[in-house]
Design a protein around this ligand. Structure first.
Ligand SMILES: [Zn+2]
Length: 414
């Protein structure tokens, strides 16, 4: 079996041998490799999608690693496409800037800079922003708009190039990508190399405990390699000569954390909130196994409930379409076995996704104008983290009697 090639034997943070998975979402296609319409029916790459917890450092991670070049060379997710993210990164840059002090033109490097949204926010608040982005299309687009972006993976060569051209960084940031990189030990080493002694590293990621408590299992897909809790990350940072000094809760992706760390012995004092998070995770049982097995049981129950709900709707002769085709939609759709027989189409405002299919399912992705032309009786909101924004946009459908389904934490018709 080809996919056994990709099985991970040891913990990505601490190298301890891994045991067996606590959650199995089946053989899944790559969530962001959207087949073109003409490729319908052709076999797609598939790999087991399962979660395992490290017995030593408690890091929750995928049991398999898909080679990065299969996933990131052409990336269809563009952060600037939603207003929520534009506001978010403007605030993020201000937060970073306020912690740097009055240094003029301080260098701020963003790893996995996507289309350069955060880098441009750094520039707007007076920092020297530089992005690092492996996806060719996104890096080219950012550079065309004057946002300095190196089109490469974040490795030692990249660090050397940045240091030679711009000097050491006051801040290095990595948002979501930190959970997306398989060889994360080399990343933290390279970050440590890149930041000045009084600089810091800030990462933002979807928080493991939120995922467990709110049932956001659709955050699990191959690109998202680690599901980060404070305890595991804290141990990891220490192992590589870094220390936490602050943690801030932010509401992206349904509940994320922004963690700040500096080189051990750096100038900043540790805020009390760091200890609070560590204590809370220990109390919640994040270091044990029960919480993860319980999560797995609830995920299986979710599948039955959604499938029952959709079968009832179809049996009554009604139609269902989807709203939003983010990576997380692929996870739910493949885990629940949804096909065009259940979901007629999915609308998405990202033009890069239109005319393509949801991986593994054959469900077509179309522009949202389709909702006017051929409305369905039910709209399943896969991009649930933008549900309020979406529902506002398609409120006119409600007047026509269309109903909305919000899948998580539990399938709910509103
Ligand atoms: Zn570990």
């Amino acid at each position: 079996m080809e996919h056994n090639l990709y099985q991970r034997k040891t913990c990505r943070y601490c190298d301890t041998p891994l045991g067996s998975a606590f959650l199995d979402l089946g053989l899944q296609p790559l969530a962001n490799n959207l087949p073109r319409k003409d490729d319908a029916g052709k076999p797609e790459f598939r790999c087991p999608l399962s979660l395992v917890k490290c017995p030593a450092c408690a890091l929750v991670q995928l049991t398999h690693s898909v080679p990065a070049n299969l996933m990131f060379d052409e990336y269809l997710y563009v952060s600037s496409t939603t207003r929520t993210f534009r506001t978010h990164f403007a605030e993020y840059a201000e937060d970073v800037k306020s912690r740097i002090g009055s240094k003029k033109n301080a260098l701020a490097v963003d790893i996995g800079s996507n289309d350069g949204l955060l880098v441009s926010c750094y520039e707007k608040c007076g920092l020297k922003g530089v992005g690092v982005e492996p996806a060719k299309n996104l890096a080219a687009d950012a550079n065309q708009r004057g946002i300095v972006t190196l089109n490469r993976y974040f490795d030692l060569e990249t660090v050397r190039e940045i240091t030679a051209r711009f000097g050491k960084a006051q801040v290095v940031s990595a948002n979501n990508v930190f959970a997306h990189i398989d060889d994360i030990q080399s990343v933290i080493r390279n970050v440590r190399e890149l930041i000045a002694d009084d600089g810091f590293f800030v990462i933002e990621f979807a928080y493991l405990v939120t995922m467990l408590e709110k049932m956001y299992f659709d955050m699990v897909y191959h690109e998202h390699v680690c599901y980060i809790g404070v305890t595991a990350l804290h141990r990891f940072a220490e192992r590589f000569g870094m220390e936490f000094f602050d943690i801030k809760a932010v509401d992206t992706h349904g509940g994320s954390l922004r963690v700040f760390m500096q080189k051990k012995g750096g100038p900043r004092t540790r805020e009390k909130v760091v200890g609070d998070y560590l204590a809370a995770e220990s109390e919640k049982g994040c270091l044990g196994d029960g919480i993860y097995h319980d999560f797995s049981k609830r995920v299986l129950a979710f599948r039955s409930k959604l499938n029952d709900m959709l079968s009832d709707i179809k049996r009554s002769g009604k139609t269902v379409c989807g709203y939003g085709a983010p990576a997380k939609a692929t996870t739910i759709i493949n885990f629940c076995g949804l096909t065009p027989a259940t979901i007629d189409y999915i609308v998405d405002d990202n033009p890069l996704k239109q005319g393509r299919l949801v991986p593994g399912s054959g469900i077509p992705i179309v522009p949202s104008s389709h909702l006017h032309a051929s409305p369905a009786h039910y709209v399943l909101i896969f991009a649930w983290n933008f549900a309020p924004e979406i529902i506002k946009k398609i409120e006119f459908l409600k007047e026509k009697g269309v109903r909305f389904i919000i899948p998580l934490p539990e399938p709910l018709i509103v």
